[in-house]
Ligand binder design. Structure first.
Ligand code: NVA
Length: 298
């Protein structure tokens, strides 16, 4: 059995802790760990737009001694020009690991089944587990701990970020409460959900939001802005959170929609640390999978 990181619960609680500790060590000593020295190649494929993910994986793979190979999703045409399974078998012969941002989770599951090397989910419609590791590292840095903290996730909790927070937050022992309209609760994990944004953020240590219009949902943009309107993270809403609460957003952010400028650009926001931490946690998961590739998963 090859280990992959396709969804947040591909790591057990102990393994999640271990990967976060490795990420913190790599952040302190960025060039100390060279598991891809050679350089060995790590392939990155993007079927959806990217800024942070491409930049942080490319920089991180280089810091690990490896070579980041960008495979253009549009040129490769995975699933129509050739099958996911054939792409997996070909790339698995060139690269030591494969990083993929795509649509349905079933696509990355199929990639993992045929690649013969570890596969990392760089965002699917269902999950964004690398972002969650970055979010958890950021919370740990600012709060000193994870277990027992209250997290409020506001807005579109049915998206990849909502699902990943429901699963990874529980693995970390956090209390995650979703403030979202009916019909937009996470589809995974056993989430605590309320349609009252004030109740959701009440005394929260961490307030999280994400765009109301995820990649692929653009044609619903107008309807979504109306549905999610009451769930925007404003200063008034933040007044109900703990006074020392921190604010996370995976970016890109739409100021005036899911978050107000004075919040994301204000003193409680840690979004730039969060964006930087993508590099450190992704290095850690790539290095961790490299040494644990053949171990039993949770
Ligand atoms: N939920 C967002 C996350 C962007 C990083 C999306 O899927 O577009």
């Amino acid at each position: 059995m090859m280990r992959h990181f396709l969804r947040d619960d591909d790591l057990s609680p102990a393994e999640q802790t271990e990967v976060l500790a490795l990420a913190a060590a790599m952040k302190a000593q960025p060039f100390e760990h060279q598991p891809f020295a050679g350089p060995r190649t790590v392939a990155m494929i993007f079927d959806k737009p990217t800024l942070r993910t491409q930049a942080s994986f490319a920089a991180g793979i280089a810091e690990l001694g490896g070579h980041p190979l960008l495979v253009e999703g549009r040129l490769a045409g995975i699933g129509h020009r050739e099958s996911v399974a054939d792409v997996a078998r070909v790339l698995g012969r060139q690269a030591s690991a494969i990083v993929w941002r795509t649509f349905e989770q079933s696509r990355i599951d199929e990639m993992a089944a045929y690649a013969g090397v570890p596969v990392v989910n760089a965002l699917t419609d269902e999950f964004h587990p690398c972002q969650l590791l970055a979010d958890l590292l950021t919370v740990q840095e600012h709060k000193g701990t994870l277990a027992g903290l209250k997290v409020a996730f506001l807005g579109d909790a049915a998206c990849n970020m909502g699902n990943s927070w429901a699963v990874a937050g529980a693995i970390a022992g956090m209390e995650v409460v979703f403030g979202c309209p009916e019909g937009y609760a996470p589809a995974y994990g056993s989430a605590v959900v309320t349609d009252d944004p004030v109740a959701a953020v009440k005394d929260a240590d961490v307030v999280v939001t994400d765009t109301w219009v995820s990649m692929g949902k653009e044609e619903e943009a107008e309807a979504r802005r109306a549905i999610f309107g009451p769930y925007g993270v404003t200063s008034e809403l933040m007044a109900h959170a703990a006074p020392d609460a921190i604010v996370l957003h995976c970016l890109p952010a739409y100021r005036g929609s899911e978050i107000d400028a004075e919040v994301i650009d204000g003193p409680q926001s840690v979004v730039w640390d969060e964006a930087e931490n993508r590099r450190h946690v992704q290095k850690a998961i790539l290095a961790w999978l490299e040494t644990h590739r053949h171990e039993e998963g949770p």
